[in-house]
Design a protein around this ligand. Structure first.
Ligand SMILES: NC(=O)C1=CN([C@@H]2O[C@H](COP(=O)(O)OP(=O)(O)OC[C@H]3O[C@@H](n4cnc5c(N)ncnc54)[C@H](O)[C@@H]3O)[C@@H](O)[C@H]2O)C=CC1
Ligand SMILES: CC(=O)[C@](C)(O)C(=O)O
Ligand SMILES: [Mg+2]
Ligand SMILES: [Mg+2]
Length: 347
C-alpha cells in the first residue's frame, strides 16, 4: 500500500505500480469470474476484465441486454450464459444486478455460493441493509466489494482511452484468508486507476449521499434554481442555459478536474473571481442544512428503504422513465439539446 497525504491526512491506497495488472492476472488465473447482470456496471467491468486477460463469463437473463452482450462479443454457451449456469460455473460471483433486483435473485445466488467461492459487490447496499434485503452470505465464502466511483459507462470509456476511474474496496468476510488479495486483484482487473479502502457501511452511506447530493441531485436543483431566476428576469433560454450549464460542463469543470478550483478561478476574470469568492460561502451555508438532512436520512436507513420499496415495484421502470421524461422535456434541458446540437464538433 502506498501512503499518500490527502490534504494533511495520511491514507493508504493501492496503486497500479505496487499491484500491477500482471500480478492481478497471475493471482486470479484459476478463477472463473462470473459477472451477473449486464446493465451499466456489468458491461464496463466485464469488458475491461476480458480485455485485461481474465477468465470472465457473463450471466444475463434473455432479452434486450442479453442481445447487447452478444453484440459486445460474448459467445452464448462459451462466455455468455443464463444466470444460473453462470452462477454454477463462477468461482467469483460479481453480483451486478440493480440493488433492488438483488433481493429477488438472492435465494438463487445463495444456492451456488459453495465453500471457497467469492461474492463480489460494487456497492455496500445489499449486506449493510440485510434486514431489508435478506442478503446474508454463507460463512465459508469471501465477501468483498470494489465500487468504481462513477458510471460503468465512464469506467469502460476511460479504460479504452487508457485512463482509470478510481474505486473503493472493502472486505466484509475473509473465509479463504486471501479475500483482500482477491479484492484488490479484481479492482485492478476492472480497470481502476487506484483503490482506496473503506468498509461496506461507509461505502454505502457516502455513495447514497454523493449521488443524492452534489453528484446528481443537488447539481440539478442548483441548475434549475438559477435557470428559473434568469428566465424570470427576461433572459432567453439559450442565454440562461449557456450561463447555467454549458459553460460549466464545457469550459470550467474540465479546468477544475485538471488542477482544482482555485486554478479554474485563476483562469477567469478578476471580476468573476471577486464574485465567486464572495458568493461561495453563502451557497455553502444555504445548502448545508439540506446536506445534513440528507445524511441523516441515509444514516437512518430511510434512503435505502425508499430505494428498495420504489424499485421493487413491477412498474418501476415506467415510473422512472416518466420522471426522466419530465427532466428531458423541461425547457432547460430542451434548450440544452439545442445548445449541444450547435457544438461545432457535432457537425
Ligand atoms: N450504474 C452504475 O454505474 C453504478 C452502479 N453501482 C452498483 O453496481 C450494481 C449494479 O448496478 P447497475 O449496473 O446500475 O445495474 P442495472 O440497474 O443496470 O441492472 C443490471 C442488470 O440487472 C438485470 N435485472 C434486473 N432485474 C432483474 C431480475 N429480477 N432478475 C434478473 N436480472 C435482473 C437487468 O437485466 C440488468 O442487466 C448495483 O449494486 C449498483 O449500486 C456502483 C457504481 C456505479
Ligand atoms: C455512478 C455511481 O457511482 C453512482 C452515482 O453512485 C450510482 O450510479 O449509483
Ligand atoms: Mg450509487
Ligand atoms: Mg457511486
Amino acid at each position: 500500500m502506498a501512503k499518500i497525504n490527502f490534504g494533511g491526512v495520511e491514507e493508504e491506497v493501492v496503486t497500479r505500480e505496487e499491484f500491477p495488472l500482471e500480478k492481478a492476472r497471475e493471482f486470479l488465473k484459476d478463477e472463473v469470474i462470473a459477472v451477473i447482470g449486464y446493465g451499466v456496471q456489468g458491461p464496463g467491468q466485464s469488458l475491461n476484465m476480458r480485455d485485461n486477460g481474465f477468465n470472465v463469463i457473463v450471466g444475463q437473463r434473455k432479452g434486450k441486454t442479453y442481445d447487447k452482450a452478444v453484440r459486445d462479443g460474448w459467445v452464448p454457451g462459451e462466455t455468455l450464459f443464463e444466470i444460473e449456469e453462470a452462477l454454477e460455473k463462477g468461482t467469483i460471483i460479481c453480483f451486478l444486478l440493480s440493488d433492488a433486483a438483488q433481493i429477488e435473485l438472492w435465494p438463487t445466488v445463495k444456492k451456488y455460493l459453495t465453500a471457497g467461492k467469492a461474492l463480489y459487490f460494487s456497492h455496500g447496499f445489499g449486506v449493510t441493509y440485510k434486514d431489508q434485503t435478506g442478503i446474508v452470505p454463507p460463512e465459508d465464502v469471501d465477501v468483498f466489494l470494489v465500487a468504481p466511483k462513477g458510471s460503468g459507462t465512464s469506467l469502460r470509456r476511460m479504460f479504452v482511452e487508457g485512463k482509470g476511474l478510481n474505486s473503493s474496496f472493502a472486505i466484509y468476510q475473509d473465509a479463504s484468508g486471501k479475500a483482500r488479495q482477491r479484492a484488490i486483484a479484481m479492482g485492478i482487473g476492472v480497470g481502476s486507476g487506484y483503490l482506496f479502502e473503506t468498509n461496506f457501511y461507509k461505502e454505502v452511506t457516502s455513495d447514497l449521499t454523493g449521488e443524492r447530493g452534489t453528484l446528481m441531485g443537488a447539481i440539478q436543483g442548483i441548475f434549475a434554481a438559477q435557470y428559473d431566476v434568469l428566465r424570470a428576469n427576461g433572459h432567453s433560454p439559450s442565454e440562461a442555459f449557456n450561463e447555467t450549464v454549458e459553460e460549466l460542463t464545457q469550459s470550467l469543470m474540465p479546468l477544475v478536474a485538471e488542477n482544482g478550483m482555485d486554478w479554474m478561478y485563476a483562469n477567469c476574470s478578476t471580476t468573476a473571481q471577486r464574485g465567486a469568492l464572495d458568493w461561495w460561502k453563502p451557497f455553502r451555508d444555504a445548502t448545508k442544512p439540506v446536506f445534513e438532512q440528507l445524511y441523516n436520512s441515509v444514516k437512518a436507513g430511510e434512503q435505502a428503504n425508499i430505494s428498495i420499496t420504489r424499485n421493487s415495484q413491477p412498474d418501476y421502470r415506467e415510473k422512472l422513465e416518466e420522471e426522466l421524461k419530465e427532466l428531458r422535456e423541461s425547457e432547460m434541458w430542451r434548450a440544452g439539446t439545442a445548445v449541444r446540437s450547435l457544438r461545432p464538433e457535432r457537425n
